[in-house]
Structure formats: C-alpha cells, structure tokens
Write a protein that binds this ligand. Structure first.
Ligand code: COI
Length: 357
C-alpha cells in the first residue's frame, strides 16, 4: 500500500528538552488522519500536526462517542525503533469500537499507519531509560447532529508524544467507598473517553485528601478491588501475585497481561480472581502483604506506598520491593532490546524506504 505523507517544513524537534519530558504535553511533528464516511474508511494521510475545526453540534462533544488507545515506541541501543504488542492494541481498540457502535479500523491500515508515523518521527523517540514515544490512536464521531444515535461519520487519528515516566514517585491510593467506575454490563472494559471523565471528580476528592489516585471497588459492596484510575493493580501476598480477574468491568490491560505472562514464566503463582479488601487487610495483618504495584502502558510498573480503606491505612515501603522492580526492568529491557524477547512481543519498525518499496 503506502500512505500519503505530507512532511512538516519546520520540525520542532530541536526545541525539545528530552531530559525534562512531562507526560503528554509535547507532541511530535506529524499525525495520521483518516475519515469514515458513507459506510467506509477513506484514504488516510500523514500530515503536520495541526488543529481540527469542530462544528458546535459535533456529536462527540455532546455524547462522548469516542475511544482511544495508548501504546509506546522505544529505541534499541542501535537506534532501531521498537513497538510493543501492537496487535493487542489494535484488537483492544476494535473491541472498544464495537462496544461504542463505531466502525473497526482494519488491522493492516492501523499497523501501517503506526509504523509509518513512528518511522517518520523516529528522532522524537527519547532514548533515556523509562522514556518512550507514547502513541495515542483515537477515534471520535464527527456527525454534526445532536440527536442521540451512533454517528455516521468518524475521524481516526494517531499522534505521538515523547514522554518520561507517568509517575515519578510511588503512588498512594484511596479505596473508593462512594463513587464507582464500572458495573457489569457497562463500558468499564472499553477504552472510552467517558470512563475517564467520570473518574475526574472522585480523583479530585482523593487528591484533596492527600492521595494520588482512587482505587476503584465493586459498585455494590465496595468490597472487591477493580483497578486504579490509570492502571491495573497487583498485590504480592505470601510470595504469590494476585490481581482482579477480567470481569468486564476493568480494562483488559496489555501490560497487565504481559506481567502475568512474565510472572508465570518466572515460576510465580498468579491468582486472577475477585480480590476483596478483607483478603488484603488480613494479609497485611499477618505480615504477608509484600508489594502492591500498578501496571499500564503509561504507568509501566508503578509502586504503591499507601492504601486507605476507610479509616484503615496500609503503609508499604517500595524500597523493600523485589518482584515489581524486576518486572519493571524486564519490560524496560524488552523496550531497549537488552532483554531477549522470548514472547515475541516487540517488533522493529521498518524504515520508510523498505515499507514503501
Ligand atoms: C495508558 O496507560 O496508555 C492509558 O491510557 C492511561 C492514561 C489515561 C494515561
């Protein structure tokens, strides 16, 4: 195939301080844009990153028919860009599209767009450990209509941001006891904009009480742990790893899945099952709660140092953690190419000449 490319005349690259990259504030030079009209995708194009003009009645602005993904490109020591589990991200985006009544993006077009964009902006991939080029594909409704129904037109866009770590310090969590994120049959599993909008108010409340994030609990008894605002969650108790099972109410984290595979491959027992706060509190009481960490594309592996379940507060010391630092360096080793990719999760980005020959 071959994607039409309109290159920027003036790269902003030289103005970027790669040693000081806040998450998600700086975008690279180009973006991919593809429109859906008359029941089909039109030809996509890569062009310089520019604003869209939006009609006041744009359907997404009113009813949030919008989905997204987050993935990362890294560089190997020799400068070759690597993508991590691209196929899984395409699969998850299309599952979100189904749930939100949006058209799927054909996998071959999706992958080619990502590869071409990353190749073109390869100089934007920060080489520093823990940094990466964050790739944000998203789709939104573009009908100019305020009746409530699925849009008939959409825009699929991909842009990228060089990023440093999402969390630069261990994270404290406040277990929800009033607000909920998802119920069975809802959209908790979809990576859709409204899930994140709905989390803002409880997250603000948690911040006011001195916590970094909300830990979502089941919506009926506030007893079973679901996930954290920006990541899935793991508990190491008595040498075993516990994480809430995929029940349709939590995000099917791709880093979560990778961590489970790595843990099992390293001989750890992994228990994916409903996990109650009582189990965690009991383990803490018995001295068996060893580590708590979150996993996500942005968060990678992020240590948790405090969890509040109502009045009961658990303090943890990430300096004593052993398994989560190993997992973090494992993922980073895969991203830099330093570690053998026995699972076949990474793929090298071909250069434009090869991809388009
Ligand atoms: C990601 O980890 O890629 C996410 O989408 C979380 C985010 C909201 C920053």
């Amino acid at each position: 195939m071959g994607i039409r490319i309109q290159k920027t005349r003036e790269s902003r690259l030289s103005s970027i301080d790669f040693d000081n990259l806040p998450f998600g504030k700086i975008c690279s030079d180009h973006m991919f844009v593809m429109d859906y009209k008359n029941g089909q995708w039109e030809e996509g194009e890569i062009r310089p990153l520019t604003n869209f003009s939006i009609h006041p009645a744009n359907l997404t602005l009113h009813y949030a028919q919008s989905i997204f993904e987050g993935m990362k490109a890294s560089v190997m020591r020799d400068g070759t860009p690597l993508l991590f589990r691209l196929d899984k991200h395409v699969e998850r985006m299309n599952a979100s599209a189904d749930r939100m009544c949006m058209p799927q993006v054909p996998g071959d077009i999706f992958c080619e767009a990502i590869e071409t964009l990353v190749d073109l902006d390869r100089a934007w991939i920060p080489p520093q450990d823990g940094s990466a080029l964050y790739i944000r594909p998203y789709m939104f409704a573009t009908d100019e209509f305020i009746g409530v129904r699925p849009s008939e037109t959409y825009k699929f866009v991909i842009f990228t941001c060089p990023v440093g770590p999402y969390y630069t310090a261990p994270v404290s969590l406040l277990a929800a006891d009033k607000y909920v994120r998802a119920v069975t049959g809802g959209v908790g599993e979809a990576k859709t904009a409204g899930n994140y909008a709905a989390s803002l108010y409880p997250a603000k409340m948690a911040k006011e009480l001195g916590y970094d994030q909300v830990m979502w609990m089941d919506p009926f008894e506030f007893k079973y742990i679901q996930e954290v605002g920006t990541m899935n969650i793991f508990f190491v108790m008595d040498g075993k790893a516990y994480t809430p099972n995929l029940s349709g109410t939590i995000l099917k984290g791709i880093t979560r899945d990778s961590i489970i595979h790595i843990l099992k491959d390293e001989g750890y027992e992994v228990i994916e099952a409903p996990l109650s706060k009582d189990q965690v509190l009991e383990a803490h009481k018995n001295g068996q709660l060893q580590e708590v960490f979150g996993t996500g594309t942005a968060a990678v592996v992020s240590y948790v140092n405090k969890i509040a379940f109502g009045e009961t507060i658990i303090h943890l010391n990430p300096d004593n953690y052993k398994i989560s630092p190993f997992l973090k360096s494992y993922i980073e080793g895969l991203r830099s190419g330093d570690r053998d990719d026995k699972f076949g999760w990474t793929q090298k980005v071909r250069s434009l000449e090869l991809a388009h020959s």
